[in-house]
Design a protein around this ligand. Structure first.
Ligand SMILES: NC(=O)c1ccc[n+]([C@@H]2O[C@H](COP(=O)([O-])OP(=O)(O)OC[C@H]3O[C@@H](n4cnc5c(N)ncnc54)[C@H](OP(=O)(O)O)[C@@H]3O)[C@@H](O)[C@H]2O)c1
Length: 269
C-alpha cells in the first residue's frame, strides 16, 4: 500500500495501547508517515509497553503525559471507559491539540463535552484496512490532512457524515467477521466436496481476496463480474442457484442492518 508521508512533523499519542493502537502505530511507523520516535503511549502492563517499544514507540508514565507531549491524540480505549478517561484528561487538552477517536458509537458532541476539546475527528477503522472518517466542524483542513495520512498508512480512507457512522460500523466495521465466516464455510464446502483440509483454507481465502481485488481494480459492478464468469448450464450457475435458495444475499443484507441497529442501540446507552 502506498503511504503518503505526513505533511509535516508532529507528535502522535495513543491513549489505550491495545490491539487497534498497535496496528495503527506499527502501520504508521513502518510506512514512514511518522518516525516511531514521534509516537508515544503508555500502559499499566509491561508486556504491552514492550510490544510498542519493539517498534520504537516512546513509552511515557501516564495518559496525561501522553496528551501533554502529543499534537494528535488517538483515543483507543474501549467505548465503555471513554467518558471516564476523557473527563480525567480534560485539564491536559488545549486548543492546539487534535483529538481523534476510534471508539465505536461515541459521538462527536459527547467527545467534545467530555474532553472540552474542539478540534475532533471521529474515525471508524476495521482491522483489514478500511477507514471511514468524520471531521468535526472545528477541525482544520491541516488536521484532516494529518489524520488522513496517518490512517492512509493502514488502509483506504473515506470521509462520511457522522449520521452514517452506525451503518458504516454495520458494514465495514463488522464486515470482516462476515467474510471470515464465508471463508470458513467455503473451506468446509471444499472438504465436503472431497478436498484435503490443508488445501481448502488457502483456496478459499485467496478466492475472496482475488474477487475483492477485481472489484476494486476494475470498478465494475459485481453483478457484471459474476455474469462474466457464469456460463450457461455451467458449474458456477449451479452453485449460485444454491446460494439463492439459501437466501445468501438477503442474509448478508440482514446482517448489515442488524449490526447497524445494534450499533445504534449501543451508542444510545
Ligand atoms: N478491534 C476492532 O476491530 C475495532 C474496530 C474499530 C474500532 N475499534 C475501537 O477501538 C477501540 C479499541 O479497541 P481494541 O480492540 O484495540 O481494544 P483493546 O485491545 O482492549 O485496547 C484497549 C486498551 O486500553 C487499555 N486501557 C484500559 N483502561 C485504560 C485507561 N484508563 N487508560 C489507558 N488505557 C487503558 C486496555 O488495557 P487492559 O487490557 O489492561 O484493560 C487495552 O490495552 C475501541 O473503542 C473500539 O470500539 C475497534
Amino acid at each position: 500500500m502506498a503511504a503518503v508521508a505526513a505533511p509535516d512533523a508532529f507528535n502522535l499519542g495513543f491513549i489505550g495501547a491495545g490491539n487497534m493502537a498497535e496496528s495503527i502505530s506499527s502501520g504508521v511507523a513502518k510506512s514512514g508517515v511518522l518516525p516511531p520516535a514521534s509516537i508515544r503511549t503508555t500502559h499499566r502492563r509491561t508486556d504491552r509497553r514492550l510490544v510498542f517499544q519493539s517498534f520504537g514507540v516512546k513509552i511515557l508514565e501516564t495518559n496525561a503525559q501522553v496528551v501533554d507531549d502529543s499534537d494528535i491524540i488517538i483515543l483507543s480505549v474501549k467505548p465503555q471507559i471513554v467518558k471516564k478517561v476523557l473527563l480525567e484528561l480534560k485539564p491536559f487538552f488545549s486548543e492546539e491539540k487534535v483529538l481523534v477517536s476510534i471508539a465505536a458509537g461515541i459521538k462527536l458532541k459527547d467527545l467534545q463535552e467530555w474532553s472540552g476539546q474542539r478540534r475532533i475527528i471521529r474515525v471508524m477503522p476495521n482491522t483489514p484496512a478500511t477507514v471511514v472518517m468524520c471531521v468535526g466542524e472545528m477541525a482544520t483542513k491541516k488536521d484532516e490532512e494529518r489524520v488522513t495520512s496517518l490512517f492512509g498508512a493502514i488502509g483506504k480512507v473515506w470521509t462520511a457524515d457522522e449520521k452514517y457512522f452506525d451503518a458504516v460500523t454495520g458494514l465495514s466495521g463488522s464486515g470482516p467477521a462476515y467474510v471470515y465466516r464465508a471463508i470458513e464455510a467455503l473451506a468446509d464446502g471444499g472438504v465436503a466436496a472431497g478436498l484435503p483440509r490443508d488445501l481448502v483454507l488457502g483456496l478459499a481465502s485467496q478466492t475472496v481476496l482475488g474477487a475483492a481485488a477485481t472489484v476494486n481494480l476494475t470498478g465494475k459492478h459485481p453483478g457484471q463480474l459474476k455474469d462474466a464468469v457464469t456460463s450457461p448450464a455451467g458449474t458456477t450457475v449451479a452453485g449460485i442457484q444454491e446460494l439463492e435458495r439459501g437466501a445468501f444475499r438477503g442474509t448478508l443484507m440482514n446482517a448489515v442492518v442488524a449490526a447497524t441497529k445494534r450499533c445504534r442501540e449501543l451508542s444510545q446507552t
